[in-house]
Design a binder for this molecule. Sequence first.
Ligand SMILES: *Cc1c(COP(=O)(O)O)cnc(C)c1O
Ligand SMILES: [Zn+2]
Length: 446
Amino acid sequence: MSQHAYQKCINIDCGAEFDCSQVIVKCPQCGDLLDVKYHWDKIELPEKLSDFGNRWATRNNRLDFSGVWRFRDLLNFCDDQYKVSVGEGQTLLQQCCGLAQDLGMNPNSLFLQYEGMNPSGSFKDNGMTAAFSHAKMVGAVASACASTGNTSASMALYAHSCGLKATVFIGEGKIAFGKLSQSMDFGGHTIQVAGDFDDCMRQVQDVCAELNIYLVNSLNPFRLEGQKTIMLRILEGLGWEVPDWIVVPGGNLGNSSSFGKAFAELKEIGLIDRIPRLAVINATGANTLTELVNDKGLKWNGGAYDQQIIDTYYANLDATGYRPETIASAIEISRPVNLKKCLRALEVCNGVVLDVTDEEILDAKAQVGRYGLGCEPASAASIAGLKHLLANGTVGKDERVACVLTGHQLKDPDATVNYHSKMARAFSNPPVQVENDLQKIIDLLK
Ligand SMILES: *Cc1c(COP(=O)(O)O)cnc(C)c1O
Ligand SMILES: [Zn+2]
């Protein structure tokens, strides 16, 4: 076990600390979220970020090959022998001049971080490789998660690759088939609960505590450690320069939380000198974060946030029987478990929050597709959100923006086909019917 890391409660009035060998996804003393923290002074860190790039030369070493473990000094919580890898994080930061121009930006200033290229087709693999390494370190034999789809696909893949059992909790009719098919193929044990994601999230926590199963949802602080490396790869893609903006869809808010943590740590250890701004984009049909931050004025406030605002909001969701509803199933979550960490990330990154409609999401998805980087609906929320931020002047057209495309196009082909089959959509591209007749086909194509 690493002597350099420990777990610490994020509640400033508690701050309890625990060894990394303990499997606890919430503070046993106050119930709040946990962070993985490091004794940076005891860790041998590279002098500059570009030193990480030297590991490309030694990629025969499986850890140097991994786009997560290439940065292992920054997530030094377990010994190498426990580290699990299936070659995650071979992802690209792609400059997208055409889309930038469509959005009225300087053509050189828009970058898409395509996390769909991960082994299971979404960014979740970045976190899962870290969570399963921790699971191996503590000797876990079974894993579980609640999932809108991608977490289960990723969990089942990693569990299978390192010999753990995997149980998936999904809500009724709330999962894209591309994702469900993966966890079935990877041998995941799928439990369909008569409820939605938030119900599954509640059940799985109790089940894991009762049966001593390792929980891999993003409540798990080790998962977020792996997801920090998405930001490192964006910096790498920009020649180790910091962009002006990171734009990411927000569901359970694990990604946005881990991005804020990454930048806070890099600044603290002196590997970057400025922190980019962060924009977290909700779907209108699942916009808890947007309502809490923009309408109710909720802020991290150095940790002294107003719990009353959160309690009142959730009590109202309960009272009205509210159910989130969006085509972007990966972010169809009304009780984001990482809410407080995300508030902290927004403070660290001087961040903004907004929501976009399903129609805006689908149009943005089709636009991204036109430039050859397909993505699933939730991912396109980042582009749809960027349009708003450009229109209201929050993001300048010359600012360098990196949008995270969180999942692969083929995760949810139903959404894509439905969109394109309807002529009325802004970017739809339906198939054209023609008789089985050579001349008629030629006439059509002339
Ligand atoms: C999980 C997921 C999200 C949401 O990420 P959070 O960390 O839960 O906010 C967004 N897009 C895709 C494709 C996902 O799989
Ligand atoms: Zn605590």
